[in-house]
Design a protein around this ligand. Sequence first.
Ligand SMILES: *[C@@H]1O[C@H](CO)[C@@H](O)[C@H](O)[C@H]1NC(C)=O
Ligand SMILES: *[C@@H]1O[C@H](CO)[C@@H](O)[C@H](O)[C@H]1NC(C)=O
Length: 308
Amino acid sequence: APPTLKICNAQPTEAETAVWNQVSAVLEEAHGILAELQSYNGAGQEIREAIQNPGDLALQEKAWNAVCPLVAKLKRFYEFSLRLENALRSLLEALTSPPYAPMQHLEREQALAKQFAEILHFTLSFDELKMTNPAIQNDFSYYRRTISRNRLNNQQLEAENEVNNEMANRMSLFYAEATPMLKTLSNATTKFVSENKTLPIEDTTDCLSTMACVCRVMLETPEYRCRFTNTDTMLFCMRVMVGVIILYDHVHPVGAFAKTSKIDMKGCIKVLKEQPSNSVEGLLNALRYTTRHLNDDSTSKQIRALLQ
Ligand SMILES: *[C@@H]1O[C@H](CO)[C@@H](O)[C@H](O)[C@H]1NC(C)=O
Ligand SMILES: *[C@@H]1O[C@H](CO)[C@@H](O)[C@H](O)[C@H]1NC(C)=O
């Protein structure tokens, strides 16, 4: 049987401490980032008024002053994604290092496995909020249009800005993604796998499929389920399961839906659909729309039907 992750209080062992501290410093900020994103209201009204009254300089200025602090926030989120990427990399290194098998790693390094799960949980939460907030891209494109329009007559503007052109280009690639954090993590995982020639790709994907299995078993086993005293813990398992499935599907050459996949997709989808949570539909959508291989010929009709 797979180990159950010690969801509540996995304490790092001595061997885990260095990586755990590094990742912990990043995760400490995650909650604040989510809270900031949750309360992100955007400058839609100010932008609309400025666009409708192009001759009114006061309204242009008002929109600009409303947008600038928001773009500073977007920059913080983006920079956080880079730190998260580094944290993920350290965890992948630790959780795939020889000579242990993925299951042994998850058993020996429960505190790191928990952090891995927390990163995925954050990632899906962030992307859910981003997806349902059109103000983000609206604010950012207004900002970019204003900068490029003014660059001709105001060389200073860019220098004064917190977000220079190069940063704005990188941010715009990030926010153009439907699920930017997940994309960052899957890019980073792909990179980790391809850079490290001595590490077979299976070692990384086995780590992911093992985590998916742990989450599935925790969700579908009644004895475990009753230990979930609050729905937050179930939601945590659901998000982590979906997160590792999507990562696996992006990183593994044939993906998560193929017959040879080490993830029991039917079991995962079934248990997800049985959960009494209004986040289920969003998570099913993440499987439908942010995976790579669902529409491959090798995906069984049964799995397709389950996701319809
Ligand atoms: C490749 O992976 C091995 C095993 O995890 C590790 O010891 C080594 O440092 C890695 N090398 C790079 C370049 O990441
Ligand atoms: C992921 O990688 C692709 C291909 O290299 C790139 O086009 C995209 O911008 C990257 N996305 C993120 C969020 O890093």
